[in-house]
Design a protein around this ligand. Structure first.
Ligand code: ZN
Length: 322
């Protein structure tokens, strides 16, 4: 069979006929220097949700990235998803829920402190018409830096000065325990130190919730341990509609939904992370629930279907009308 190449396409007479001869220097409108704001609004019942893109980090990975699969298999999965072999595409999408009485932010982005290609949350909030002072409540899924760094800016000032900060109690118990920090390997120690930078001086104003409890009207918390000990997902209910906020139950779906058994090096308890992922994904697939994943491609919202070997994420269609 002839190989279809770009050159082959352009050589075709039909294609050649429609390729216009345009001198780029003659363009009437100069090329834009930056990306458009990344905001996606949708509704769950009477609640208005706003997905806000913080950006993306190409996280360096090695052959130790997946603990329980040969790297050749991981490379195959990355190839299948058109991803490089030495970096994991790690996009970040935070979510604002307007319940009608409260403005709730779920996870806070990177605060511009993880990657030069992330940190746009604040600009996107402004573009969405949401004032940082108007956020009533911040609810945290877990204590990894890409979820909590946006509590403060680089100078340690609170970005959402009027928000009550709510964190999972088991997450606080694990990470804020100095005995756990002292026995941690060096790279994980940095994570512990970062958590102290964010939380130590505001500890008295941080509310610790027990996963399972409701943190705001219609926002139910669901224990999802493994990725971290207190990792929590959220089920948002309004009217007869629901949304499951998956947090880091799976990172990029092209890797971890398709390969739900894989234990990532960054999971605190890989076996438990896999069991949690399957329990939650099975529920989402069986109930055909709308889901959003913090590290899913923007707007990070869609459905999960069960396949022979795992799950596939089916993104939503962009809806022009609300
Ligand atoms: Zn994360």
């Amino acid at each position: 069979m002839a190989k279809l190449t770009r050159r082959g396409l352009l050589a075709g007479t039909a294609a050649a006929a429609i390729v216009p001869h345009v001198d780029p220097s003659a363009a009437a409108t100069p090329a834009a220097g930056q990306q458009a704001p990344a905001i996606y609004r949708y509704r769950i019942g009477s609640y208005q949700l706003t997905a806000l893109y913080d950006g993306i980090w190409y996280r360096p990975i090695t052959d130790k990235f997946i603990r329980n699969a040969p790297f050749a298999e991981v490379e195959q999965a990355l190839d299948a998803a058109f991803m490089p072999h030495d970096k994991l595409a790690t996009p970040f999408t935070a979510l604002v829920v307007n319940t009608g009485t409260k403005l709730v932010l779920i996870d806070t982005g990177t605060g511009g402190q993880i990657s030069p290609s992330a940190g746009a949350l604040r600009d996107n909030l402004i573009a969405a018409g949401i004032n940082t002072h108007a956020v009533d409540q911040i609810v945290i899924s877990h204590f990894h830096p890409d979820h909590i760094n946006g509590v403060k800016d680089k100078d340690n000032n609170l970005i959402f000065p009027n928000a009550e900060i709510m964190v999972p109690a088991p997450e606080w118990a694990f990470w804020m325990d100095d005995a756990n920090m002292n026995v941690a390997p060096a790279d994980l120690k940095e994570t512990f130190l970062n958590q102290r930078r964010i939380f130590s001086d505001i500890a008295n104003n941080v509310t610790r919730y027990a996963p399972g409890q409701e943190v705001a009207s219609g926002i139910e918390t669901v224990p999802a341990p493994g990725h971290t000990p207190g990792h929590t997902v959220f089920a948002i209910h309004s009217g007869d509609q629901s949304l499951l906020v998956l947090g880091d139950t799976a990172q990029h779906p092209a890797v971890f939904a398709r390969h739900p058994d894989w234990q990532a090096a960054f999971d605190v308890d890989g076996t438990q992370a896999v069991a949690t992922r399957k329990r939650i994904f099975d529920r989402a697939a069986a109930d055909r629930m709308l889901v959003t994943g913090y590290h899913f491609p923007f707007p990070a919202c869609g459905h999960l279907i069960k396949t022979a070997s795992g799950y596939e994420h089916v993104p939503v269609e962009w809806q022009p009308n609300m």
